[in-house]
Write a protein of this length. Structure first.
Length: 317
């Protein structure tokens, strides 16, 4: 799709939660040991987009998304060859849950093999963390939740995930569990009601995307003033100062131990099973200061202004 079509598609998505949105919400509340292989998507970013605090950027595709988009047809083709030519694969597009709840699915393909009706999604991954062997149901939690949402939206009994790790192609298989599916949709609609309809933002997390969203949401004006802190903000500040000191202490200790290891290695190349300490290769480096002095006109011609960012400076340290 071109940028205009993608913009319209993104706009429609703000009316509810898709499979990947629901997956991020479920993963956010999961234990750390349940998140292996999951993409760390921010629920705060989801809230900001659904409430239109920020506008999704139509052309904004990261490397992983672009790779997945380009390889989707290829992986679907490999999948069809493996399951048989009698399988009919259909692109369903964005489809809303028939029950009128704010949940939609955007699966890669619906799959019909005679009366046997299911679906499939094509995935590309660099790492195999969270993925089981071919033919099993062992997939990362976010992938499982996404597919279970699709099974409920499209009323399908099974869903396959064709995942490509380089040249390693696996077909993972999930069977529908209607109760589990309804529980997932219930949790998603509760989240939507609380955070979107009632406009209660989730607590900002530590994701880079959350920081980027906050930067886009809050543009300081020149006439803004520094105001007095509330009691909650004072508590937050104290906790942050405490964590920053703990982080500094740990960082200092880490550097101390690394230096002790360097001293232990000495002139050797390393210690077997412990560490190596090798020279890196020499590299060429551009010297902008010298270039400016020698060719100021050319330097000015190719110099651009970059818009500044708001910088958070912690006071009281």
């Amino acid at each position: 799709m071109d940028d205009r079509e993608r913009a319209a598609w993104l706009e429609e998505r703000t009316g509810g939660l898709g499979g990947t949105d629901v997956a991020a919400i479920v993963v956010d509340g999961a234990e750390k040991n349940e998140k292996g292989g999951c993409f760390g998507r921010s629920t705060f970013s989801i809230w900001a987009e659904k409430t239109k605090r920020v506008q999704p950027e139509p052309g904004a595709l990261n490397e992983a998304m672009l790779r997945g988009q380009l390889l989707e047809d290829y992986v679907c083709g490999l999948y069809r060859r493996k399951i048989g030519k009698e399988a009919k694969l259909t692109d369903a597009g964005l489809t809303w849950h028939p029950g009128g709840i704010p949940i939609f699915g955007t699966p890669d393909r619906l799959v019909d093999i005679g009366e046997n009706k299911g679906g499939m999604d094509a995935k590309t991954r660099r790492y195999k963390t969270g993925w089981g062997s071919d033919g099993t149901s062992a997939v990362p939690l976010d992938v499982e939740v996404q597919m279970r949402v699709y099974m409920e939206v499209f009323d399908r009994d099974w869903w396959d995930i064709a995942v490509l790790f380089g040249f390693d192609m696996r077909i993972m298989k999930l069977k529908r569990d209607k109760q589990l599916g309804q529980d997932i949709l219930g949790a998603a609609t509760d989240w939507w009601k609380k955070h979107v309809e009632e406009d209660e933002p989730p607590t900002p997390d530590g994701a880079t995307s959350t920081r980027e969203v906050l930067q886009r949401m809050y543009t300081a004006k020149e006439d803004c003033m520094i105001r007095p802190a509330t009691a909650d903000e004072i508590d937050l500040h104290r906790e942050l100062l405490k964590v920053r000191q703990e982080h500094k202490d740990i960082s200092d200790k880490k550097t101390e131990l690394e230096n002790q290891l360097r001293h232990a290695i000495g002139s050797d190349e390393g210690i077997d099973g412990v560490a190596t300490w090798r020279w890196s290769k020499a590299r060429s480096k551009f010297d902008p200061k010298a270039f400016k002095e020698e060719m100021p006109d050319i330097y000015e011609k190719f110099t651009i202004k970059v818009e500044g960012n708001r910088t958070l400076r912690i006071l009281g340290e």
